[in-house]
Design a protein around this ligand. Structure first.
Ligand SMILES: C[S@@+](CC[C@H](N)C(=O)[O-])C[C@H]1O[C@@H](n2cnc3c(N)ncnc32)[C@H](O)[C@@H]1O
Length: 274
């Protein structure tokens, strides 16, 4: 099949997903969307992208499988431990001065980042005064995040990362192991609100003190990255903090001037005073 036809089919499918379900992937980095749609077509057994579009348009139950291909769900607790160490040592001392705090974990996937931040805030004595908003567009990922159950063979890496982040407790204090799974304590999510929110189509969450949005914007094209960063800017309280993934940055954004680099090596920024 010609590449040009496949590109057209992809464009039409993305438009169809938006018109029918309001999922907007039209401005995601096209090369990686294309790679993942071709993978979906092959693995789900469709002869063409158009055939896949036909199915998903008429049968909403086909949507979750396709969403799993379109959204990348790779995550890990205390992923890039030096990021969490920098939050612990440089950002939390500032947050300590507020009587109540709001933290937004945007693109929280299956919850590993949420539990990492909850543990970090507990260890630093800030958990009880904080509300965490964990948002994602993938409903299955959000449900997994809310359940907080992970395969036990991932725990060794999570524990190692937690220690490297300057962990003050033992990770095993926070989960119960059973039947090959680690079930994280409810007490880590009693202050977490899980909700469906898209950085592409939805509005701001106001007055956050910290926004952690890691490894989400890498999938966006430049204008969409700019929209998301504008959203973060408008959602942050004065002097609030924004943490991005290790491969992400504000450098090319039109909003760059509205932030200072707070911990440059860790992609942690602070909103300037207006
Ligand atoms: C690679 S995971 C990152 C998980 C976690 N933040 C981390 O760094 O370990 C990317 C997540 O972004 C979510 N995502 C993709 N597009 C999004 C959007 N428009 N708004 C919010 N989340 C989105 C995906 O569903 C996925 O859960």
């Amino acid at each position: 099949m010609s590449d040009a036809i496949e590109d057209l089919e992809i464009q039409l499918l993305l438009e169809a997903l938006f018109q029918r379900y309001h999922y907007d992937f039209r401005h995601y980095a096209r090369a990686s969307i294309k790679r993942r749609l071709i993978q979906a077509r092959q693995q789900l057994g469709y002869p063409t992208i158009s055939a896949m579009q036909d199915r998903v348009l008429h049968d909403a139950s086909a949507l979750p499988r396709l969403l799993d291909f379109l959204t990348v769900q790779v995550s890990e607790m205390f992923r890039d431990p030096t990021y969490f160490k920098a939050l612990r040592e440089k950002v939390l001392p500032h947050l300590r001065t507020y009587p109540s705090l709001k933290v937004w974990i945007a693109g929280s996937s299956t919850g590993e980042e949420v539990y990492s931040l909850a543990i970090l805030f507990k260890e630093e004595g800030l958990y009880d005064r904080t509300i965490f908003y964990a948002t994602d567009i993938n409903p299955e990922a959000l449900a997994a995040a809310e359940a907080g159950i992970y395969a036990i063979d991932r725990i060794r890496k999570f524990t190692e990362n937690h220690q490297k982040s300057g962990g003050k407790s033992s990770l095993s204090d926070y989960y119960t192991a059973a039947y090959g799974r680690a079930v994280f304590d409810k007490s880590l999510r009693d202050r977490v609100v899980f909700s469906d929110h898209s950085l592409v189509t939805d509005a701001v969450f106001a007055e956050m003190h910290l926004i952690s949005c890691r490894n989400v914007m890498i999938y966006f094209d430049r204008p969409l990255q700019d929209r998301a960063i504008g959203l973060f800017h408008d959602s942050l309280a004065r002097k609030g903090f924004l943490g991005l993934g290790s491969k992400e940055s504000l450098r090319f954004s039109s909003h760059a001037g509205a932030f200072t680099e707070f911990v440059p090596g860790e992609k942690i920024y602070q909103r300037r005073e207006p």
